[in-house]
Design a protein around this ligand. Structure first.
Ligand SMILES: [Zn+2]
Length: 309
């Protein structure tokens, strides 16, 4: 079966500024890696824009309107110290959220087993009414609610192995027992949320914390001991992955010690759970990852596993 790759050139035109780690070159690094002959089997599609109707399942309409209105015609506008808008930011954020919705549609239609969205800005820090941590719209949450509203998937899970806790996704899912969010992340680290005691309205949140300098063994143990059993118990109808690659040992923003093989292992384990629970249906999306070489190698390893599913 096919793996779909969604991206859009607009994702390169969101430019938070020279020296900002969440830079346009990230997408170029990922897409260059995925241009190698071994990825010829990917079916490549342009991400459509998300509609306002799709985004307001997660974010209140006034937030969406204010965010898009804040996009400057020239120069830059900071929403906080590290979340910065440039003239291309609104279009990039709409395409990023739209990629998730289109990927969910295609996988639900049986056009592919799974899909990877090579998009930016990332989304998992964006809370319903607060942009933060480089994130504008919470694309993975928009995709999750799209799967439920349009495709009647009852129970949706998001698994997040970015090195940072996805506070925005957790906030969006907290009160809904049919939405499950699990995260492995370094602690202490930005944004400071994600303690194991944060369990959601019906233990539908699962946080596994890793101390600075933890590596492959601790990461795999955390997934095996808490995330995978909780995910299996939840019995999802659809799985989304917040695939950040900033827990890699070469990443400059954090202190974990993962290598590409850890992403292969985690992806393969999630594929096995998805096959059992929901016919293998997975949509994965890029979140963080700030060492360009590690990001390229890690995302290639992740997509290689999706293609072999
Ligand atoms: Zn991150």
């Amino acid at each position: 079966m096919t793996t779909l790759l969604y991206s859009h050139e607009a994702c390169v035109r969101h430019d938070p500024g020279e020296m900002h780690p969440e830079c346009p070159a990230r997408i170029e690094a990922v897409l260059t890696a995925l241009a190698a002959p071994e990825f010829d089997g990917l079916e490549r599609r342009d991400a459509p824009r998300a509609s306002v109707e799709q985004i307001i399942r997660v974010h209140p309409k006034p937030y969406v309107d204010q965010l898009l209105a804040a996009v400057p015609e020239s120069g830059r506008r900071g929403l906080d110290g590290d979340t910065i808008l440039s003239p291309g930011s609104g279009e990039a954020a709409l395409r990023a959220a739209g990629a998730l919705c289109a990927a969910v549609d295609a996988v639900m239609a049986g056009e592919a087993d799974n899909a990877f969205c090579a998009i930016r800005p990332p989304g998992h820090h964006a809370e319903p009414d607060q942009a933060m941590g480089f994130c504008l719209f919470n694309s993975v949450a928009v995709g999750a609610l799209h799967a439920r509203e349009v495709h009647r998937c009852h129970r949706i899970a998001v698994i997040d192995f970015d090195v940072h806790h996805g506070n925005g996704t957790q906030a969006s899912f907290w009160n809904d027992p049919d939405l499950f969010y699990a995260s492995t992340h370094q602690s202490p680290l930005y944004p400071g949320t994600g303690a194991p005691q944060e369990r959601g309205v019906s233990t539908n949140i699962c946080n596994a914390v890793l101390p600075p300098n933890a590596g492959s063994e601790e990461f795999r143990n955390a997934l095996r001991a808490s995330v995978f059993p909780a995910l299996t118990r939840f019995d999802p109808d659809f799985i989304l992955i917040s695939a950040g690659f900033d827990a890699h040992k070469d990443d400059p923003l954090a202190n974990l010690q993962l290598v590409e093989e850890d992403y292969v292992w985690a992806t393969n384990e999630l594929i096995a759970i998805a096959r059992h629970a929901c016919g293998g249906k997975i949509v994965s999306t890029l979140e963080g990852g700030y060492d360009l070489s590690a990001l390229a190698r890690s995302s290639a390893a992740h997509v290689r596993s999706l293609m072999a599913a």
